[in-house]
Design a protein. Structure first.
Length: 245
């Protein structure tokens, strides 16, 4: 893992009207590192990713990406810089083929003059051979696991420096979850910084180096994934009592 900090969030506060969804949240992700944010439903995990991506305005706090403070938080600019988000609902174009969905992931790079999407697509097919087998199939006809693979693959077409994922395991069989998480480990070894929001705390902490517990909009615990796995509060609330035995 290289030492460079890719994303630094400091004191982020986001409000819906007068209600604060996030309060003074700070998160750091380095190149080649998997960082996970775990917590219950409604804790503000999705809000955190949306705010980092520039999809929600912030009330207070700073966000730095690749060493540059992001004041305007324009989504297109962040994507061009190398930030990508795989949303919980995947948001694929069901009436387009797998291949055309992937090509859309390279749209911003092509607009900026980069014409190597064929080579990048080859790399995505190498990571997800099943997408190559289904490349002419309509995205709307894929299984849940294949749709998640396509959502991740489309994000990879942008050659991200930071890949953020919102609940990638949601609704998937354990075997598919393991496959997706193995891909994330492979990407981190290749230098991609990964910010993983997950309700499946056990699976997330097994692949992450660092973790944050988000509860009612605030970071209640943070540390190495091993420290969090050994913390009695995490064991009781997120891993089940059996973890210690």
């Amino acid at each position: 893992m290289t030492a460079g900090t890719v994303l630094e969030v400091e004191g982020l506060t986001v409000a819906y009207g007068k209600v604060e969804a996030l309060h003074q949240v700070s998160v750091k992700v380095r190149a080649g590192e998997i960082v996970t944010v775990i917590g219950p439903n409604g804790a503000g995990k999705t809000t955190l990713l949306s705010a980092i991506m520039g999809l929600l305005p912030r009330k207070a706090g700073g966000i730095s990406f690749l060493g540059s403070a992001q004041e305007s938080m324009e989504v297109e600019r962040l994507v061009a810089m190398g930030m990508t988000l795989v949303p919980e609902k995947r948001e694929l174009f069901g009436s387009l083929s797998v291949e055309n969905n992937l090509l859309l992931g390279a749209f911003m790079r092509r607009r900026l003059g980069d014409r190597d999407e064929g080579k990048t697509m080859g790399s995505v097919y190498d990571i997800f051979p099943r997408l190559y087998e289904r490349r002419a199939q309509l995205a709307g006809t894929l299984s849940g696991g294949e749709r998640q693979m396509l959502a991740v693959g489309r994000a990879l077409m942008a050659k991200p420096k930071l890949l953020m994922l919102d609940e990638p395991s949601l609704g998937l069989a354990p075997l598919i979850v393991r496959e997706i998480f193995h891909v994330l480990e492979r990407l981190s070894r290749e230098g991609v910084a990964i910010l993983l929001v997950e309700q499946n705390a056990r699976a997330a902490l097994q692949i992450a180096e660092q973790g944050y517990v988000l509860e009612t909009g605030e970071v209640s615990l943070s540390g190495s994934s091993q420290d969090l796995q050994d913390d009695p509060r995490v064991v009781e609330s997120y891993l089940g009592f059996g973890r210690k035995h």
